[in-house]
Design a protein around this ligand. Structure first.
Ligand code: HEC
Ligand code: HEC
Ligand code: HEC
Ligand code: HEC
Ligand code: HEC
Ligand code: HEC
Length: 178
């Protein structure tokens, strides 16, 4: 093999892996996944936050994934994301939960029409802890249940029992696309 190939081959092997991991050539990660204990992962998107690194690093965030944990209470007092997401510089952490945490979620199943779980509607009615992590692990696809199990109170059936909310035994079209 020529010297040129010794240089190009490793580059060809590494580049797709780097792109797949969400990195650009400079090593900056576009999307950083911040892990919480009970309510899943929050994706922080660098590309939506401008190129002025000093706005955030190192004063608000150390440049290392999952090394800047803060509670929502602390954010409401101006820490972490709350330094800007205070309703003045950017939308507030005191509302807009689904914008940072998770939007609506689609379940696909070969035996029935797709179900769109309207996360946003439920977040307006309930605190996260009503559902996470006991009833549902906060990870898409991590909570399988059959309709029979739901009718005995599992998953959506914990509330959709025909009294707290419309029931899983009848209103199929309220959840499934037909
Ligand atoms: C609006 C705030 C903000 C701006 C501006 C910003 N960052 Fe970040 N950066 C973050 C946050 C939040 C994290 C995640 C920290 C965590 O996970 O604890 C992060 C993480 C990082 C990491 C660590 C990634 C990892 O996987 O460990 C690097 C590297 C980084 N930023 C580089 C940059 C560079 C380079 C710029 C400028 C081009 C920049 N950041 C601009 C907020 C920002
Ligand atoms: C600007 C983005 C943003 C908004 C808006 C936001 N959060 Fe968060 N939230 C985060 C991030 C980032 C974390 C992870 C913090 C960490 O570990 O450093 C988090 C963590 C949490 C946690 C776990 C930590 C704790 O405080 O118990 C809960 C619960 C939570 N958020 C609920 C909410 C609720 C409820 C709302 C709406 C009232 C909301 N969040 C709005 C970004 C946001
Ligand atoms: C230095 C200020 C600053 C910090 C710190 C900051 N943001 Fe932002 N963020 C902004 C601004 C400004 C916008 C755009 C204005 C708006 O949407 O209100 C924005 C927009 C967003 C959006 C909407 C992006 C879109 O799709 O339009 C999300 C989601 C978000 N930020 C999450 C976060 C999270 C999570 C953190 C903390 C880990 C954070 N931000 C920290 C300033 C900041
Ligand atoms: C009424 C129940 C309910 C409430 C309340 C609720 N969630 Fe969820 N959440 C779900 C369900 C159902 C899923 C999908 C789980 C699956 O696919 O197995 C989910 C998924 C998630 C995911 C994973 C998203 C993904 O793309 O992987 C996150 C993160 C999350 N929820 C955060 C939150 C936060 C933060 C709150 C409060 C602001 C909250 N949830 C309130 C039921 C709820
Ligand atoms: C409250 C919302 C809701 C209602 C109402 C509902 N479903 Fe479902 N259904 C779901 C969800 C969510 C899934 C996917 C569950 C999973 O993948 O973990 C599902 C899965 C299914 C499946 C595949 C799993 C299995 O049990 O075989 C079938 C078939 C199904 N539903 C049929 C029905 C029929 C028929 C009705 C009406 C009698 C109905 N569903 C009412 C939410 C609902
Ligand atoms: C913590 C209780 C709770 C859980 C768990 C829950 N729901 Fe709901 N859901 C409600 C309540 C309460 C309403 C509003 C009352 C009603 O419409 O009967 C509602 C309304 C809905 C609606 C109608 C939304 C609208 O726009 O009017 C859909 C669709 C729905 N739920 C689907 C689901 C699916 C799918 C699951 C499981 C993945 C689920 N829900 C789990 C309590 C819950």
């Amino acid at each position: 093999m020529t010297k040129r190939w010794l240089f190009i081959l490793p580059a060809l092997l590494v580049l797709p892996a780097a792109l797949h991991a969400g990195m650009d050539m400079g090593g900056m990660v576009f999307e950083v996944k911040i892990r919480t204990e009970k309510v899943g992962t929050v994706t922080f998107d660098h590309t939506r936050h401008g190129a002025d690194c000093n706005q955030c690093h190192p004063k608000i965030f150390k440049k290392k994934n999952n090394s800047n944990h803060a509670t929502m209470k602390a954010m409401e007092k101006g820490r972490s994301c709350g330094a800007c997401h205070n309703g003045k510089k950017a939308f507030t952490v005191a509302e807009n939960c689904a914008t940072c945490h998770a939007g609506d979620i689609v379940y696909r199943n070969p035996d029935a029409g797709a179900v769109t779980f309207p996360h946003t509607v439920h977040i307006e009615m309930f605190g996260c802890e009503e559902c996470h992590p006991e009833l549902f692990k906060a990870r898409r696809g991590a909570n399988k249940a059959t309709m029979a199990e739901m009718q005995s109170g599992a998953s959506c059936g914990a509330c959709h029992d025909g009294s707290a909310a419309f029931g899983v035994a009848d209103d199929c079209e309220s959840c499934h696309a037909m």
